[in-house]
Design a protein around this ligand. Structure first.
Ligand SMILES: Nc1ncnc2c1ncn2[C@@H]1O[C@H](COP(=O)(O)OP(=O)(O)OP(=O)(O)O)[C@@H](O)[C@H]1O
Ligand SMILES: [Mg+2]
Length: 401
């Protein structure tokens, strides 16, 4: 059962209190407990407020708005703040984030506000609360998002994502696999499924998105795994935006134990959104010097994003290949010991062609046991929420990644 959120609102004359409350879904979900008609310096009511979060309604570029966010951030550590603005450019978004805001929402003009805008606000406020809570406070009844990453092509990301997801489903976990390689995704094929519906079809289907609708677009695999397939053609990829993907994750987390995400070999905007919202990263590397160097660079990028290294698990693929690289070389190039080793095996290549992952077709093989071990690692890890503070998206806007 989800807990209701209490919010205090402070606004200037660019935003009416009515427009703000129109954007906030009513009922027990989110309760606006106080509305203050000035920003900075903070009023006594604000200083006394025990609300879960602050909503600052202000004009774009407002210094008073920024000063209030800064004050709230130091006076109420761990309690998020979200900015509501009639308009916005990236400059103000960055300024607001730099003084501790968790999100900035551009308001609809009103007086009638769409259902979509209200849902977007609710999602944003819930995300802000989840990000700021400590792991022990975070709900344990939400699914774990595992983002399978690897900055180089052909190193085994898709093999790993498919086998991990099927292993979890076979272990009785409610699992969904999302193919985020939007241009060249091949998850459905690797699992022997016909992608009758894809994320593109869902994105352009029109109307509001809810669990029932999402369910109708997921493919069904024999293991019990559900799959959100990648668009059928590269030109359809642009319709699947990072915002849409974030909405999809919010729904999936309520329904599934695990959301496994396969990614392309790049830090695309939708991959960064996934990392920002993920519980864990599964970094895949392959046993050759160039690939390991790229894996190291990928981990450095995660560091730059402030991603907690304890939430990263490293898979070394083709670990038994004889290429003149010792175990010590691997550790010194990667800067850490791989958590799971997957051997090179001709059955793996065959499993892709036959659309049957080795955890099904070759259950006794060493490779299958490695993927089952990987599934066991993620099963044991706690169900924590989003790991970072949208830092990836901020860095992306600044051109740092
Ligand atoms: N351990 C392995 N043993 C044998 N073959 C393997 C192994 N891992 C990967 N392969 C082969 O490499 C191919 C590429 O693997 P995969 O599709 O998982 O890579 P990827 O990292 O997802 O690539 P891309 O970035 O292009 O999507 C597989 O189709 C398979 O033939
Ligand atoms: Mg792939």
């Amino acid at each position: 059962m989800r807990r209701g959120i209490t919010a205090v609102v402070a606004h200037d004359d660019a935003v009416t209190p009515g427009l703000i409350t129109e954007h906030v879904p009513g009922g027990a979900e989110i309760q606006v407990v106080e509305v203050v008609g000035t920003l900075f310096p903070p009023t006594d009511a604000l200083k006394r407020s025990d609300a879960d979060l602050l909503i600052v309604g202000c004009r774009e570029g407002s210094d008073e708005g920024l000063a209030l966010l800064d004050w709230w951030n130091s006076a109420r550590p761990g309690r998020p703040s979200v900015v509501f603005c009639p308009s916005s450019n990236n400059g103000f978004v960055e300024e607001a984030f730099s003084v501790g805001a968790d999100d900035l929402i551009v308001l609809e003009a009103g007086p009638d506000v769409s259902e979509y805008a209200r849902r977007h606000v609710e999602f944003s406020l819930r995300k802000a609360i989840a990000r700021n809570s400590t792991p022990s406070e975070q709900s344990t009844d939400v699914g774990k998002i595992v983002c399978v990453l690897g900055p180089k092509g052909g190193i085994g990301k898709t093999i790993t994502a498919c086998n991990l997801a099927v292993a979890l489903a076979q272990a009785g976990k409610q699992t969904v696999l999302v193919d985020l390689d939007l241009q060249f995704g091949d998850v459905a094929l690797s699992l022997g499924l016909t992608p009758e519906t894809t994320s593109f079809d869902l994105a352009v289907s029109g109307g509001s998105l809810d669990s029932e609708k999402l369910d109708a677009f997921l493919l069904q695999h024999g293991s019990g795994l559900r799959v959100l397939a990648a668009p059928a053609r590269p030109d359809q990829a642009a319709s699947v935006t990072p915002e849409f993907i974030a909405d999809v994750y919010a729904l999936l987390r309520d329904e599934y134990d695990f959301i496994i995400v396969d990614t392309p070999p790049a830090f695309t905007p939708e991959v960064i959104t996934t990392i920002d919202g993920s519980s864990y990263v599964c970094m895949v590397g392959m046993l050759d010097a160039l690939s390991l160097k790229n894996t190291r660079l990928g981990m450095e990028t995660l560091d730059l994003m402030g991603y907690d290294p304890d939430r990263v698990r490293v898979v070394l693929n083709r670990a038994n290949t004889s290429v003149g690289i010792t175990r010590n070389d691997v550790v010194s190039i990667l800067g850490r010991t791989p958590d799971v080793l997957v051997p090179s095996h001709r059955d793996i290549a065959r499993s892709v062609n036959e659309g049957a992952p080795v955890v099904i077709s070759q259950r006794r093989s060493e490779a299958a046991r490695s993927f089952e071990g990987l599934a066991g690692l993620f099963t044991q890890m706690p169900a924590v929420g989003a790991s970072t503070q949208r830092k990836g998206r901020v860095l992306m806007r600044r051109g740092k990644i």
